[in-house]
Design a protein around this ligand. Sequence first.
Ligand code: AMP
Ligand code: ZN
Length: 275
Amino acid sequence: MHSTASDGSITPEGVVRRARAAGLHGIALTDHDTLAGVPEAVAAGERYEIRVVAGCEFSVAAPWGEMHVLGYFLPLESAELDSFLERCRADRLRRAREMVQRLHTLGIDVPFETVLEQSAGGAVGRPHVARAIVRHGGARDTSDAFDRFIGRDRPAFVEKALPSFRAVVDVVHAAGGVVSVAHLKERGTRAVIEGLKDEGLDAVETRHPSHDPDLRARLTDIALELGLLRTGGSDWHGDPEPGSSHGTIGSQQVPREWLDRLDAFRTGSLNTAAS
Ligand code: AMP
Ligand code: ZN
């Protein structure tokens, strides 16, 4: 799940409160390129008796452009991970500035300060740029802003500087975390997942709002055949904005057993994912 630490619309504490109201026993907070929301979420989790897994969603280069990678069970005190994420966030700022410049050349004047206001100190993403465009009358709603300006292949889109999958695997593993590949959708072929496994992948996100039952079944077969663990989540970003494709809170059922296996795997009591 995402919070105001990146492009979610609800504070980390609020996310945990909503998880409690939705009857969940545990969540993972996986903001884009930051762990800044984790301490608040963990503290709230203690109050509301919700297990909060410290996570992060990384963006990496893929043959088709961009792929998302989830790091779970991340420590708050890894200097290497911190500096990696700091570089990612600095690049997000650079890119948001460039998008603002491109918008200007398209006749859409959005002050960079408005983008910063929308992100409120969190990791800056396109949703913040989209909200700033809407505030300045450049689009009807955020979905319209993506469709017209900042969606991939639209005229104000700017690519992030994407690290390699291997670089993210290395930094997550060095910090003691577990690596899962997020919402692969139709890209989730056996060949792709096998290639990622060769580079250090631990788990596959099989359950995601964008995965229909057929795809879910295919990804499950591949994960089990390759001895990979399974993860899932709603990718909840707060209550949906018009046109959003993220799930509602609690929409993905993730069995407790999956979390138990992930726990066992990272602590070394499950030696191979397949055992
Ligand atoms: P970024 O990491 O800055 O490229 O932002 C990616 C985020 O933008 C995704 O996680 C979604 O939340 C959001 N997003 C991407 N495409 C769209 C879209 N067409 N409409 C609304 N939100 C989108
Ligand atoms: Zn994602």
